[in-house]
Every structure is written in C-alpha cells, then in structure tokens.
Design a binder for this molecule. Structure first.
Ligand SMILES: [Fe+2]
Ligand SMILES: [Fe+2]
Length: 407
C-alpha cells in the first residue's frame, strides 16, 4: 500500500520496486475462515468491481481487466451520460458479469431537469453524436445488457457459489422520490421506496440457499454514517448528511433478519475524492452481521503514475478486487492496473512480463479489507477495514460463517 501525506492512493516510491507481476489469485493474504484441519482447501473467488466509469473506459481498460483474470466482473453504473455506445463496449467484455446502471446512465431521462438538459443540448448542437434520443437510450442500454443487468434482479454464478442481487438501478441517492417517481414507474414498474425495498427482498430471498449473497447497487444504503467522508455522506453542501438509499438499508435489514445476511454490499456513486479536501471512507464492516460494505467509486478511474522503468507516466485503470472464500469476504484492495497491450504499444519493457501471457502490472494499490482468525479462537474472525479519511484500520470481531449459521 502506498499513501501520500494526504492519505491518497499513489504510485509506488520510485526508489522501491515500482511494478510487480503477480498471480491472478494471490495466495498470501488472509487465512481461511474456518480452521478445521480436515476440510479440503477452499476455492478463492476474485471479483473485479468497476465503479463509476464516467466515460473512462477504452480497449486498454478491457486489457487491464483481462490481465487481472477475475472470476467475475461487477459494474456499478455511471458508465457515461446515457452513452449507449460505451455501455455496449463495457457489455462486450468476455468475463462473467453483472451490471447495475447509475443515475448518469439515465442523465437525460430520469428527471425533469435531465429532460431540460437534453433540450438544451439539442438546441446547441445539430447532431447529438453518440447519443440515442432521450428515452430510447435507457431502453437500448437495458436491452444491450440483457440478463447481465441485475437492477431489481439477480444473477446466480453457480460455479462460484455466489448470487449477486441488484439493488435499485439508476439511484441518484437520498430520500427524495417525487422527482424520480414517473421514471421508476415507467422503467422498473416500481411506485415507491417501500415497493423498491420489497422487490429487493423478494429477489434476495429467492436465491438458492447455498449461494453466498452479494448485493450490488449504484448507491449504497443509509446507515453507514452521516459525515461528509462517510461511505455515502454528502460532501458538496452543508449540512453533511447520510445520502444512502433508505430502501436498500431496509431491504438489507429484512434479509439479515431472515437469517441470510449479505456477505458483501458493493456500490459506487459517492466518489472517493471529497469536495473541500480529503478522501472518503470506502469500506465498512457491520459487527453484528459481518456484512462488508465497499464503495468502489474511484474517480477518475484512469490515472497516470510515474514508474522508474519508463520515461513517461503510465496509465493505470482502477479496479476494486474482492476475494471471497468459504462464503465470506476475506480481502479487498483498490488497484490501478496497466494494460499490458498498451505497454507493448508504447515499447515499454517493464521487466515483469513473461512474454507468454499478460501478467497484471499493478501501478498502485491500497488494501481496504483484511481478515484474520481471532487470537482467542472461538470461531471468531477479525475483519479489519481501512478508513481513508483518517488513515486508520478499524478491527471488527465477528463470528465465523460456520458459527453464525449455527446460531
Ligand atoms: Fe458517479
Ligand atoms: Fe452516480
């Protein structure tokens, strides 16, 4: 992990080895969650989570993703402003994937203000390059994504033992419903926050009982703090407040109350860089349920990093890598990965490429979650998450999955 004086993710120090190739599924990290010696080694699943893209996606992003060799990819929306072509590009990545579109993906359609924006743009330009007509764009994106779009739905990755349940798509955060009511009615058949919560619960509780539940949404739930630096906190105006989705919090509480707490809740929307300075806390662990909450919205997601093996800065593409083992999240880290193809095109020899494949080249990284067996045993785990604003690790003792199931 490399942090500068303002606790921000940064490139490695040029004096240190500045790049490293690594196996797609690192074998170090946390120990297995259950210590029973007679158990067969558990499979570790790697999810690559892509937060708010905001037009920052190209063929090299896809190559960087491929080099990470994830088991599945979760895309959390704000791909562009109703950018149908870019959604199609993202949809074409060959990995198993699930997508939840964000508020920017309905930028011109969702609210009266958005429709006014579209009119203004049409008046300013005779051709809206890359844009489908407002209204049609959202339907086109949904049809392009097909069953990969899991807003108010789910996808069961049977081979991974994981079911990813989608929260309310297109969320712009907060409690207000009146300005989005007609949109949700027309595009999702949902009439209220309450109905939205019920739909998410229905989908979650209909997943196969053996599957590990992951909930993916564009915006996170309320309940993770009301400070400007909280995972879903308002940083652009006073007073600072919780800008999470209340329907998602309600749904998560009901699901947990039914004995099936989500192992992981993934979201974006609330960007990591705070207005007024500082870095947002991007992780949280609920001590009661052991549910891990991870915000993946590093914006901009393509950044340039200095390295000691190239004269110019090298582009890194952001991904949140989450490791799941034995039905629980055991590690998570933000990475900026270079595209091996781009390095070749630029004629950069980084000294780590095997030449045979495209080993990942990580330009910068920051751990946000790590797990260890509690020192006193008793089937307890210590899940530690990183609070970026104060640059501190917070340890949380939770029961192991096996114990939680027994109670
Ligand atoms: Fe965003
Ligand atoms: Fe957003």
């Amino acid at each position: 992990m490399q942090l500068d004086s303002e606790n921000r993710l940064s490139a490695p120090n040029s004096a240190a080895p500045s790049v490293h190739a690594e196996p797609a599924h690192p074998s170090s990290a946390a120990p297995p969650l259950n210590s029973a010696a007679d158990e067969a080694p558990r499979r570790r699943t790697t999810l690559a989570v892509i937060g708010d893209i905001h037009e920052q996606w190209d063929t090299h992003s896809a190559a960087a993703l491929a080099s990470l060799n994830p088991d599945a990819v979760i895309v959390l929306g704000d791909i562009g402003n109703e950018d149908v072509e870019l959604v199609a590009q993202v949809a074409s990545v060959p990995h198993s994937k699930a997508v939840v579109l964000g508020n920017h993906d309905a930028f011109y359609t969702m609210t009266a203000r958005g429709r006014q924006r579209a009119v203004r743009m049409a008046l300013m330009s005779s051709s809206l390059k890359g844009m489908a007509p407002p209204g049609e764009a959202v339907r086109t994106m949904l049809s392009t994504l097909g069953s990969d779009h899991i807003g108010f739905g789910a996808k069961h990755f049977e081979e991974l033992g994981v079911a990813v349940v989608g929260g309310r798509p297109f969320s712009k955060g907060g409690k207000q419903w009146s300005d989005v009511a007609s949109f949700y009615n027309e595009y999702c058949g949902i009439g209220s926050m309450q109905e939205s919560a019920h739909r998410i619960v229905d989908v979650a509780l209909s997943q196969p009982p053996e599957a590990t539940l992951i909930v993916a949404a564009h915006n996170g739930p309320t309940g993770l703090g009301g400070r400007r630096y909280s995972p879903c906190g308002v940083d652009w105006q006073q007073p600072e407040e919780d800008f999470g989705d209340p329907d998602l919090q309600e749904a998560l509480e009901v699901i947990a109350g039914q004995g099936r707490p989500a192992a992981l809740v993934l979201f974006g929307h609330m960007h990591n860089t705070l207005k007024g300075g500082g870095r947002r806390d991007m992780a949280h662990v609920d001590p009661g349920t052991g549910t891990v909450y991870l915000n993946s919205a590093f914006v901009p997601r393509i950044q340039r990093f200095p390295v000691d093996w190239a004269a110019e800065k090298v582009r890194g593409h952001h991904f949140l890598l989450v490791e799941i083992e034995g039905g629980a999240v055991v590690a998570a880290r933000h990475v900026f990965a270079a595209s091996p193809e781009e390095l070749r095109e630029l004629g950069i020899a980084n000294g780590s490429s095997t030449g045979a494949g495209d080993s990942p080249v990580i330009l910068a990284e920051q751990e946000v979650l790590k797990t260890a067996v509690a020192p006193d045993g008793n089937d307890a785990l210590v899940m530690s998450y990183f609070k970026a604003y104060s640059a501190e690790w917070v340890p949380v003792v939770v029961k192991s999955k096996a114990t939680a199931h027994a109670t």
